[in-house]
Design a protein around this ligand. Structure first.
Ligand SMILES: [Zn+2]
Length: 173
């Protein structure tokens, strides 16, 4: 998938949680590709859509980052990366599932090629859906979280103390 669409999808979905994290998510949304350049730069080239595109690795990274700090910078980066993998999985060549299997992972049949009008349609659809949700319920940072309560915001405002925040941060409802 083209970078513009990766960035649009990773950015729009993140804006729903916290607009301040959008740049980080955008960086993450292109990471699986630029990490390939870094590998090449340091003289250890990897296959395109190889090790940097393992679905499982990004999934685990997101879960780990979320446990460390929900909706934090690392989580936003990992989420961006995961959206990249999910989008690449919709293309013909797919993505590798994990380091332990050569099986390619495909979503929705892996029907289109990179650059196909379908990918612009998908990213437009995702962005439009996010804008729609945003307009209906507002952004998380404006005080209303669509999926989980704003313990972090209360903490920052000094409404609750640290121990209370730590006790409650995994309570999503
Ligand atoms: Zn890619």
């Amino acid at each position: 998938m083209k970078w513009i669409n990766h960035v649009a999808i990773g950015g729009a979905t993140t804006a729903l949680i916290n607009p301040a994290l959008v740049p980080v998510a955008m960086l993450g949304a292109t990471a699986p590709d630029w990490m390939e350049w870094i590998a090449k730069g340091i003289g250890r080239p990897v296959k395109h859509r190889g090790p940097t595109h393992y679905l499982v690795v990004w999934l685990v990274a997101l879960v780990a980052a979320w446990i460390l700090e929900p909706t934090g910078v690392l989580a936003a980066f990992a989420w961006g990366g995961l959206t990249h993998i999910i989008c690449d999985a919709m293309t013909v060549s797919g993505v590798p599932f994990s380091p332990y299997s050569d099986r390619r992972f495909h979503l929705f049949g892996g029907r289109f090629r990179t650059g196909d009008p379908a990918e612009y349609a998908i990213s437009f659809g995702v962005v439009a859906a996010c804008v729609g949700v945003f307009m209906m319920i507002g952004s998380a940072s404006s005080g209303w979280y669509p999926f989980f309560y704003d313990w972090m915001g209360l903490y920052n405002q000094g409404v609750i103390d640290g121990s209370e925040w730590r006790a409650n941060r995994f309570r999503f409802f």
